[in-house]
Design a protein around this ligand. Structure first.
Ligand code: HEC
Length: 151
């Protein structure tokens, strides 16, 4: 019985994350009926989801600059990660804070790195994204892997 409940929860959880890019999911989200806990933004996306897209955009730009041989000076601070409201509370359970903190520390490490080491420090950050996603929300992982710089 416990196993069934677990599978059910797991299925709901995985679907919530995997369906992110399908527009037909938006309608349900906007009604708020399936999701009374997390306050949603007017466009139906959670604070955390919006922050994720902002981070993705930021690292896409950083990747381009590093690949062009530039040195990164200003590294953004994504501390909102620790407080942003997720689509579903289950997404930020179990270890989320730990993964988030470790990811934020990797950003600081990039800030303190110079020259050729920056690419490695950058990839460390992206691996920090992937680590958390393996444990919280596996849907976007293929998308995140595109951010890695091939060395
Ligand atoms: C500490 C855990 C954690 C870290 C670190 C993390 N993510 Fe996420 N990510 C999540 C969770 C949880 C969601 C689901 C958010 C929601 O739906 O509210 C998510 C959602 C996403 C989404 C889907 C957003 C959407 O459109 O709905 C993308 C893309 C994404 N993350 C990319 C990234 C990238 C790129 C990084 C690193 C720069 C990253 N994530 C770091 C936990 C994390």
């Amino acid at each position: 019985m416990k196993n069934i409940l677990f599978l059910f929860l797991l299925a709901t959880f995985l679907t919530a994350c995997a369906n992110k890019e399908q527009p037909d999911n938006t309608a349900t989200k906007e009604t708020g009926v399936t999701n009374p806990i997390a306050p949603l933004n007017p466009n139906g996306d959670s604070e955390l989801a919006l922050l994720m897209r902002k981070m993705e955009k930021q690292w896409q730009d950083t990747k381009k600059n590093l690949e062009a041989g530039q040195t990164i000076h200003d590294v953004p601070d994504f501390h909102d990660l620790l407080t942003a409201t997720p689509t579903d509370e289950s997404m930020t359970m179990d270890g989320f804070k730990g993964y988030a903190t470790s990811y934020l520390n990797k950003i600081k490490a990039l800030q303190n790195t110079k020259g050729n080491q920056q690419k490695t420090a950058y990839n460390d950050i992206i691996n920090g994204c992937i680590l958390c996603h393996e444990n919280s929300c596996s849907g976007p992982i293929p998308r995140i892997k595109k951010l890695l710089i091939k060395e």
